[in-house]
Design a binder for this molecule. Structure first.
Ligand SMILES: Cc1cc2nc3c(=O)[nH]c(=O)nc-3n(C[C@H](O)[C@H](O)[C@H](O)COP(=O)(O)OP(=O)(O)OC[C@H]3O[C@@H](n4cnc5c(N)ncnc54)[C@H](O)[C@@H]3O)c2cc1C
Ligand SMILES: NC(=O)c1ccc[n+]([C@@H]2O[C@H](COP(=O)([O-])OP(=O)(O)OC[C@H]3O[C@@H](n4cnc5c(N)ncnc54)[C@H](O)[C@@H]3O)[C@@H](O)[C@H]2O)c1
Length: 453
């Protein structure tokens, strides 16, 4: 094998795969190094299996409500083990698909953990040849190694699961504590609740989803509570003892919670351990690799993209950073990533999604007297025939001088699909008048966005 390439990519996740295939499409000779499974966080233990679990966990609610719609059920039973197995089978299929796509794109896959050996070289502990290290050489190196879950250093922390572990289970205990208030905590609390697990969410602060619009996040909290999730705010776990199925959590040094399992959804950290960045003095801060607006590190031929740079840790952002890197370095294009109007969704039940600014940010940036806020709060039609306190909440934030929509928020079914469309219009500079002059589509939830007075 020839170990010389134009580009070595470290990490075959969302960003690395996109960059490698795009660079190879321009004729670059590309190697991609992966220590785990091709596909990375999103495909193997993130977005994809998570969303499949979300779909699966919604059936309990459908079954519960079915009689109100005239569906007579004689018996039904939720079997998480079957759902988990089917999800893992789908992940296996996608993993193989991504390996095939690399081959079709003429990208050489090297299996093993890579580390920097010099400005133009990477050493890989090969998985194919045991304990044998191979050295690869390239003009450019792209670091796309993603992140890993991080959890508090407390006695018994290893008894806790992270989101990675959830996908590997055969089933779940009757009671689970979810620690955290971010994306993963809210999504996994809803998934488990939907699968019939009694969920308690332990939150260190006083709100869910710190960087989201507070009012929208509070509406989500109320909907989650009404679906059976219990919240305990201002609470920190100090230690865990026992064994899975029978854990005892000491909380706030003065109380105990019994739980079958605990999931730490307490954030993620860039995964730079073992990369040997010191070898060429690649600059980092707070564990993240520092990059400029073209994703170059302080070493001019070494670049970094995706979660390892800890900018906006989302799959579409990592993919776009990868493609922009490849366009800039292997074609005559000169592009930048557009970080404005990145839509975000929490796949909770109901979904929460938004694009643009929160009310808190808008007040800070424009001043309270320079913004106008429109709201709609109602019970969705899909819940009219059933007993449910689930809410729909829509919110538009307008900057008065320009009349531009600067924030569009939604809590409710299909929020993520709707906000994706709102992101297009806001990226084009839509004003409140543009929204008002758009004909409504009835009866929908999103028609409220064009009829808000
Ligand atoms: C539970 C969960 C749910 C998520 N849901 C969503 C969602 O719904 N929507 C969304 O947009 N984002 C979601 N994300 C975030 C998204 O998965 C990440 O932002 C995205 O995967 C980052 O891509 P990346 O290329 O930077 O890194 P990754 O996808 O993490 O890929 C990095 C790869 O590098 C490999 N690697 C690491 N070190 C080395 C090394 N030294 N040598 C070789 N290989 C190495 C890793 O094994 C991994 O395969 C979710 C994340 C999690 C954890
Ligand atoms: N739907 C999506 O797009 C999606 C889904 C999952 C993850 N992600 C990405 O992955 C990233 C990581 O997700 P996440 O939910 O782990 O992180 P997060 O940063 O969204 O939330 C971490 C939470 O843990 C809390 N926390 C931190 N340390 C704690 C401690 N010691 N004790 C108690 N609570 C503690 C924080 O206050 C916060 O509420 C997200 O920021 C997001 O970029 C995206």
């Amino acid at each position: 094998m020839n170990y010389s390439f134009d580009l070595i990519v470290l990490g075959a996740g969302s960003g690395g795969l996109a960059a490698a295939k795009r660079a190879a499409s321009y004729g670059a000779r590309v190697a991609i190094v992966e220590g785990d499974r091709v596909g990375g966080t999103c495909v193997i233990r993130g977005c994809v299996p998570k969303k499949l679990l979300v779909y699966g966990s919604q059936y309990g609610e459908y079954l519960k409500n079915a009689p109100s719609f005239g569906v007579k059920l004689t018996a039904s039973k939720i079997e998480p083990s079957i759902l988990l197995k089917n999800v893992r089978n789908e992940v296996d299929r996608l993993n193989k698909l991504h390996i095939d796509l690399l081959e079709k794109s003429n990208v050489v896959l090297i299996k093993g953990w890579g580390s920097i050996a010099g400005p133009n070289s990477v050493v890989v502990k090969s998985k194919d040849v045991q304990d044998q290290a191979i050295e690869l050489f390239a003009e450019k190196i792209l670091i796309a190694v993603g992140g890993r879950p991080s959890f508090p250093e407390i006695p018994g922390a290893s008894l806790g699961w992270t989101s990675d572990d959830v996908f590997l289970q055969e089933g779940f205990p009757d009671k689970v504590v979810v620690v955290g208030a971010g994306f993963i905590a809210c999504e996994f609390a809803c998934i488990l609740n939907g699968l019939g697990v009694k969920v308690k969410q332990l939150v260190r602060g006083r709100n869910l989803l710190k960087n989201f619009d507070n009012e929208v996040a509070f509406n989500l909290q109320q909907s989650m509570e009404s679906s059976g999730i219990e919240f305990q705010f201002a609470s920190e776990v100090n230690s865990i003892e026992g064994e899975i199925g029978d854990l005892n959590l000491v909380v706030n040094h003065d109380s105990n919670i019994k739980s079958g399992a605990v999931i730490f959804a307490t954030g993620r950290k860039p995964f730079i351990e073992g990369l040997n960045l010191e070898k060429v003095d690649i600059r980092t801060s707070n564990n993240r690799i520092n990059v400029d607006n073209k994703n170059s590190t302080n070493i001019s031929n070494i670049f970094a993209i995706g979660d390892v740079t800890d900018k906006v840790n989302l799959t579409p952002v990592a993919i776009e950073e990868g493609r922009v890197f490849a366009d800039n370095n292997y074609s005559d294009k000169n592009r930048y990533v557009n970080y404005e109007f990145i839509p975000k969704a929490v796949f909770s039940q109901p979904e929460l999604a938004y694009v643009g600014k929160t009310e808190e940010e808008s007040k800070r940036i424009y001043g309270e007297s320079n913004i106008k806020i429109y709201r709609a709060n109602f019970k969705p039609m899909s819940k009219m025939l059933v007993k449910s306190k689930e809410k729909c909440f829509l919110k538009l934030i307008i900057e008065k001088n320009s009349n531009k929509v600067v924030g569009c928020h939604m809590l409710g079914e299909h929020a993520s699909e709707i906000i994706q469309m709102a992101a297009i219009s806001m990226n084009m500079g839509a004003t409140k008048l543009d929204f008002d002059q758009t004909m409504a589509l009835h009866p929908t939830i999103s028609e409220e966005f064009v009829t808000m007075k």
